[in-house]
Design a protein around this ligand. Sequence first.
Ligand SMILES: Cc1cc2nc3c(=O)[nH]c(=O)nc-3n(C[C@H](O)[C@H](O)[C@H](O)COP(=O)(O)OP(=O)(O)OC[C@H]3O[C@@H](n4cnc5c(N)ncnc54)[C@H](O)[C@@H]3O)c2cc1C
Length: 401
Amino acid sequence: MKNYDFVIVGAGIIGLTIARELAKRGHRSVAVLEKESEVGLHSSGRNSGVLHAGIYYGSDTLKAQVCAAGSKLMQQYAKEYGIPLERNGKVIVATSVESIPQIDVLLERGTKNGIRVEKITEKELTEIEPEAQTKEFALLSPDTAVVDSGGILSALVSELNDLGVKLLKNSEVIAVKERTRTLQLSHGSLGYGYLVNAAGLHADRLAHRMGVGEHYQILPFKGIYKKLRPEKAKQFRGSIYPAPDLRVPFLGVHITPGIHGQTLVGPTAIPAFGRENYGWINGIRIGEGIHMLGILTNMLALNKNGFRRMVREELGRYSNSGFLAATRSLSKSISKNDILPSKKIGLRAQLVRTDTLELVMDFVLETGDSSLHVLNAISPAFTSSFKLAQLIVDKAESVSR
Ligand SMILES: Cc1cc2nc3c(=O)[nH]c(=O)nc-3n(C[C@H](O)[C@H](O)[C@H](O)COP(=O)(O)OP(=O)(O)OC[C@H]3O[C@@H](n4cnc5c(N)ncnc54)[C@H](O)[C@@H]3O)c2cc1C
């Protein structure tokens, strides 16, 4: 049986950047296991591609610690490997009178986090982003960028190959024997010295098999995108985001001019009942779906942090008129003919605390005897990944020595 010092489960952005960090630090026995036949089939290949500046997060969070630094590292990487990147900035607008105070809260958070962010008036907003609209004030984030997420993943795969990291595709981890440090895979088995769980939408299941993070459960939230008609898309320079409800971890439907000339609108954050439920019912396992529905029902009944209102609003976006209303709150003249369908759908690996029935806001790193588990790798985990990988490898090295 083949044995590796470090085995990483999941070849999304988190697994790949961790493998790179290990190899760069001189570790020669590193393998990444991926259940799919190619990388990027889940969140890392299905996101908005926005490199967040780091405005939203309280200064005591892991997100604040790694987001801005991660964005800088990814931008350097994109430059080095010639991956398309656009530093086109973003504005955050108040879509209702009630959300005006959020502008000041975000200004304070961003400033505390050392991020460049500026409060601007409605008139200044029109000069910067003529199609955007706000109530009284907005925020300008000049350091927000968009990147070709697929390009980053491909560059990492080829770099890992050069660094001697073994990427094993079609290799699903099915069971773990911790006593012998053995993994049972879809084909054969493998030994590990230290295991890093970066399994995204399945990370809680793997953690639970190893007796870790048992009070957490992933409740997936579906992100449906649409796109703007090309003639309309030309009127937008950078991204437009609404000032979000900071009690929930979702940023709201936004407009994002991407690097391939396509301007995306979305994503929604609609509760899903399967970890890979990209269509209507495919990807739903009945037993698990019923369990998730049970958690959701209890969360709706408790209604912590305005959860009921959030779900109601998001469900409304399943309809074209609900989606249009969310888009129109950001922009002056978008009409229903400007919004075209898109096949892009992502699922967020959102963690819930099963004891308090609350959505978890920050990234979570849990450790076992010879394992580390990356839980709640939700946005901005793509942006943060290169910096988060450094932190994770620091931890893994200190335990595995
Ligand atoms: C709609 C949407 C929009 C987003 N927008 C942004 C954004 O603009 N900016 C940003 O920074 N972040 C964004 N995010 C978040 C970001 O995409 C994710 O945080 C990030 O991609 C998570 O990476 P990951 O490696 O943890 O997960 P994944 O990319 O899901 O990778 C995990 C991998 O593990 C594999 N796997 C699972 N179980 C097993 C197993 N048992 N054995 C072997 N392999 C396994 C899976 O096949 C998968 O390839 C967005 C997310 C979504 C869903």
